[in-house]
Design a protein around this ligand. Sequence first.
Ligand code: HEM
Ligand SMILES: *[C@@H]1O[C@H](CO)[C@@H](O)[C@H](O)[C@H]1NC(C)=O
Ligand SMILES: *[C@@H]1O[C@H](CO)[C@@H](O)[C@H](O)[C@H]1NC(C)=O
Ligand SMILES: *[C@@H]1O[C@H](CO)[C@@H](O)[C@H](O)[C@H]1NC(C)=O
Ligand SMILES: *[C@@H]1O[C@H](CO)[C@@H](O)[C@H](O)[C@H]1NC(C)=O
Ligand SMILES: *[C@@H]1O[C@H](CO)[C@@H](O)[C@H](O)[C@H]1NC(C)=O
Length: 344
Amino acid sequence: MKVSAVVLVLVAFQAAAAVLVQATAPGTPTVGYYNDKCNVSVEGIVRDIVKAALDADITNGAALVRLFFHDCFVRGCDGSVLLDPTYANPYPEKTSGANIGLRGFDVIDAIKANIETACPNTVSCADILAFAARDASRYLSNGGINYIVPAGRPDGVVSLATDAENNLPGSTFEVSKLISNFAAKGFTLEELVILCGAHSIGRAHCSSFNDRLSAPSSEINPYFRDNVLAKYCGAGPADPTVENNIRDQNATALGNLTSYVVPASGGASLDNSYYINNLKNLVLFHSDWALVGTNSTLRHVHEYADNGTLWNLDFADALVKLSKLSMPPGSSGEIRKTCRATNY
Ligand code: HEM
Ligand SMILES: *[C@@H]1O[C@H](CO)[C@@H](O)[C@H](O)[C@H]1NC(C)=O
Ligand SMILES: *[C@@H]1O[C@H](CO)[C@@H](O)[C@H](O)[C@H]1NC(C)=O
Ligand SMILES: *[C@@H]1O[C@H](CO)[C@@H](O)[C@H](O)[C@H]1NC(C)=O
Ligand SMILES: *[C@@H]1O[C@H](CO)[C@@H](O)[C@H](O)[C@H]1NC(C)=O
Ligand SMILES: *[C@@H]1O[C@H](CO)[C@@H](O)[C@H](O)[C@H]1NC(C)=O
């Protein structure tokens, strides 16, 4: 055999071995993972409880979408964001400043309790969160964002506030820092722009956009800055919340900015209005504005402002990609009995 042939055989063998390892590696999520593991429809239970939770309080939808993002960007999608403080681990991810305002935990608890009754010790909290974020996105987009998501993720046993601080993007980040933060998780500049469209829903604390109250008028509509945001933030409780999307703000407070409001078409609030608002300097965070401040990202902001259908499709793909971030190699996993605590 010639040397080149030997090399070829070796390469072929290694490729086959690699495929084998990949196919059998634990935690490689697959579509329909629970179909043959429970006598009930796991995804059906999640869908029904998410629907009930959003019918009761529509803001639960934004909560679940953000919870999923914050789970996956820190140690992969492993439910680590759900863990409560304990004596042994007083500062889990959820106590981090980067997780300010994180909510929706009660919805996950309700789903988990229901599933544990129907199919005990089988379904991970990480998968429940991936399904719940998918279902919330579909609900809030009126079916426009609709995708199948693989499952079979184990729940992690490690959760540290410092990991959240080090991995989640900050609202004061410049575009270069946003790009490198997303690149560290395997996401392109375009996917960064796509995923930020989630800020068409939900709310933020004033402390998350303090810097914007004194930002130059080239970076934020000055009426919005001085007569809307500064007024909300100067009144009421110490750190009140403001709606992310001008569409969802009090029309009286918006004054003549109401002429810029993009109505939710067919009841779909999770939509491409974020890009349209961004082109008018009517978004909350510096990190939002940063996407129109540079040509490389601005190009994509235009792309999605112009085509809401395209955004729905690309956002769905980006969420599927997000769902595939996995725990660091060598981490141990389990199926938690309750989403707020590890089993031992
Ligand atoms: C690009 C970097 C991002 C930054 C700097 C950022 C930052 C923030 C901040 C500071 C808040 C407000 C938290 C508070 O004050 O209570 C927020 C809210 C939110 N974010 Fe992001 N975010 C980013 C990307 C994303 C992504 C990729 C998603 C989902 C795919 C997302 C979904 C949300 C949602 C839905 C809310 C509202 C949550 C609620 O109403 O409870 N964000 N984000
Ligand atoms: C599912 O149903 C079969 C047949 O009724 C039963 O043997 C099995 O224990 C059930 N499995 C679960 C997880 O409930
Ligand atoms: C809207 O804002 C105005 C003044 O800014 C206030 O008087 C009014 O009560 C607000 N309405 C609601 C529904 O919050
Ligand atoms: C809104 O009113 C302000 C002054 O109150 C004015 O400067 C601005 O041009 C107006 N904007 C629109 C969209 O009418
Ligand atoms: C961005 O694009 C505009 C218009 O095409 C151009 O005038 C400007 O120089 C570009 N800026 C950068 C930093 O490339
Ligand atoms: C918007 O994007 C969708 C999906 O790619 C495409 O089918 C449609 O033709 C686009 N619409 C316009 C007006 O470009």
